[in-house]
Design a protein around this ligand. Structure first.
Ligand code: PEP
Length: 253
């Protein structure tokens, strides 16, 4: 049975707090009348907008998430944001280990695992990102990389943990290159298989999102794949009309 799709936007370091109300007005307009039993919506926004976004997101029943967390609850970590701080303002979801965090901020499999473990311990739902680089794919190492990244995550979760995986081939992020529907399905089926080997039926309820240049023109083909349960969308989530169109199409599959 198909899992309910989750369409997640990642604003990265874009937009402004003062633009947030208008964004949600336009998203409300673009998603009016759609069947919300058929799709979940999430936006991962910059930390300074979390409170504003959470207020306005109610209009479109969207979950608001942060883009990263620190694994420690408090302490001398200048510039970081802790999970209790997020909980205190009503945030319950986070991205973890996005490829830009791995690439620019040296996040490793072990720091991704530590963050995943802390978020689960504090009841924050993590969307943990995995994916191979172009070089790794071309060297025939996609499965090896995904297994290594997944093993680190699965070491810190339990059979009843609530989490989401985002498969984001690094070569498809922000490049306009989208994995073909078959390439996405192949990687998602592999990831689900790795989860099944360790946790059995957890694999059946786990949502695996695809990320990498997703937009309204390619969402339907991706969601038609048996193991693709939604999308993590960067660039195309900045335009509320386009993002809303993608949400609408996902609700009609
Ligand atoms: C992302 O930021 O997770 C992403 C997939 O970006 P884009 O959709 O722009 O490729």
């Amino acid at each position: 049975m198909k899992r309910k799709p989750l369409i997640a936007g990642n604003w990265k370091m874009n937009l402004l707090n003062s633009k947030v109300p208008a964004y949600f007005t336009a998203l409300e307009e673009a998603t009016r009348g759609i069947d919300r039993q058929k799709v979940d919506v999430l936006l991962a926004v910059p930390a300074p907008f979390l409170t504003t976004a959470r207020e306005h997101a109610q209009r479109v029943q969207a979950i608001i998430a942060t883009q990263t967390i620190h694994d420690k609850a408090d302490g001398a970590f200048t510039g970081e944001i802790s999970i209790p701080m997020l909980q205190d303002i009503g945030i319950r979801w986070t991205l973890i280990g996005h490829s830009e965090r791995r690439q620019f901020y040296n996040e490793s499999d072990s720091s991704v695992a530590a963050k995943t473990k802390s978020s689960l311990a504090f009841d924050i739902h993590p969307i943990v990102c995995v994916g191979e680089t172009r070089g790794e794919r071309e060297a025939g190492k996609m499965e090896e990389v995904l297994r290594r990244q997944m093993d680190a995550i699965l070491d810190v979760v339990e059979g009843n943990s609530e989490f989401t995986i985002a498969y984001e081939p690094v070569w498809a992020i922000g490049t306009g290159l989208v994995a073909s529907d078959a390439q996405a399905q192949e990687a998602h089926a592999f990831i689900r298989g790795v989860v099944r080997q360790k946790f059995g039926s957890l694999a059946d309820r786990l949502r695996i999102l695809y990320g990498g240049s997703v937009k309204s023109s390619n969402i339907q083909g991706l969601l038609a794949q048996a193991d693709v349960d939604g999308a993590l969308i960067g660039g195309a989530s900045l335009d509320p009309a386009e993002f809303g169109k993608t949400v609408s199409l996902a609700s009609s599959i």
